[in-house]
Design a protein around this ligand. Structure first.
Ligand code: UGA
Length: 352
């Protein structure tokens, strides 16, 4: 099977590619503006990479949609701070660029596996968010935080409609706070430039306090990347059409933690790594209001737990990694693994 992955150097793309090359016989054609997370893939005979921008290299994309069996358009800006600072850029990538790719899939009869997002459920009050029955609840237009959710939701609806009206072959997946190696650059040193766990790890490495937005009582269900990638690979494989025309939440309802609990546990766990024994005397927890931290367009959801009934029933999948193990593996990567080596290089070359 030939797979086209756009945004192949991202958190999902790079981890997915490593998994495929190690466990499947599929070939990957990938494009990204960078290749810094692909060190284990570049040079592999089944990995074909073009460094480039999806908004520019349109002919390459159309040619490879024709050539491949499955198309996975992963390009998006997925950090909440960017939804508020650069809402048009977020819309253009999440909606406009992806719409063209989905239309190519329709034209050439190719299957698209499209990343929706847990954000589409917004402020739904359901205890568990269901792909089939939950309402998608977004705030007013002046709350720009929701432009990403809204763009992705419209893509979901367009893909669903193309499926019904024109026979587009598709599967949608909704990541719920995936964490693990290669999530974000922990050295970025900008408030809100990374997802919460990377922001906290980066702050701790720099000896900066951890900001608990709105007190940190809000919860997320975190899932370890390897569990999530196993599920995604099954969706791509699509044995006997089990994933056709379906939506799958990919998350771990058992790892439903508050942000304050995440901050405290990270400090406890980092204190066990060499050189970090005194971390709790250097790094404190600091409460900050959401609109102060992100800007006036911020609004949040207090709870976000996935129903994983579809993934269980149609794929026979369920997550295995508990939260502490997920944190441990993420810390190992950034503190003593490949992520630490990269950070040292960056510091040495003055890029940090
Ligand atoms: C994320 C992003 O929108 C996407 O990456 C993705 O689609 C989705 O959710 C997902 O991963 O499922 P969110 O969970 O709000 O949204 O993103 P984070 O930046 O990881 O924030 C999680 C929570 O931690 C938020 O309540 C935020 O206010 C809080 N936070 C963040 C802090 O308390 N302190 C910080 O320094 C950063």
């Amino acid at each position: 099977m030939n797979i086209l992955i756009l945004g192949v150097n991202g958190f999902i793309g790079s981890n997915l590619s490593e998994f495929i090359l190690a466990n499947k016989d599929w070939s990957i054609y990938g494009m990204d503006v960078q290749d810094n997370k692909l060190e284990k893939c570049l040079g592999h005979p089944r990995f074909h990479f073009l460094e480039g921008d999806i908004t520019i290299n349109r002919e390459w994309i159309e040619y490879h949609v024709k050539k491949c069996d499955v198309v996975i358009p992963l390009v998006a800006i997925a950090t909440p701070a960017a939804y508020i600072k650069n809402p048009i850029g977020v819309f253009e990538l999440a909606f406009e660029s992806n719409l063209q790719i989905v239309r190519h899939c329709l034209r050439y009869g190719k299957r698209v596996v499209f990343p929706s997002t847990s954000e589409v459920y917004g402020m739904s009050s359901d205890k568990e968010f269901s792909e089939e029955t939950s309402n998608l609840v977004l705030g007013p237009v002046n709350k720009q935080r929701w432009i990403y959710a809204c763009s992705k939701q419209l893509m979901d609806r367009v893909i669903y409609a193309y499926g019904q009206q024109n026979g587009l072959k598709y599967s949608l997946f909704r990541p719920f706070n995936w964490i693990g190696p290669k999530l974000d650059d922990v050295w970025a040193n900008k408030e809100g430039s990374a997802r919460v766990i990377s922001q906290f790890i980066g702050n701790i490495l720099r000896g900066q306090n951890l900001d608990l937005v709105n007190g940190g009582r809000q919860k997320r269900s975190f899932i370890y990347i390897d569990d999530a990638i196993e599920c995604l690979a099954q969706i791509i494989e699509n044995k006997l059409g089990c994933a056709d025309q379906r939506i799958f939440n990919i998350g771990n309802p058992s790892n439903d933690w508050s942000i304050a609990q995440l901050a405290e546990t990270l400090l406890d766990m980092i204190a066990t790594y060499p050189g970090f024994g005194d971390v709790k005397s250097r790094v404190k927890l600091n409460i900050v209001q959401g609109q102060e931290y992100y800007g006036a367009g911020y609004e949040d959801t207090n709870a976000r737990v996935p129903s994983i009934a579809n993934a269980k029933n149609y794929l026979g999948w369920q997550p295995r990694t508990d939260m502490k193990t997920a944190i441990q593996k993420t810390l190992d990567y950034y503190l003593i693994g490949d992520g630490a080596i990269k950070s040292e290089r960056k510091t040495a070359s003055g890029l940090a």
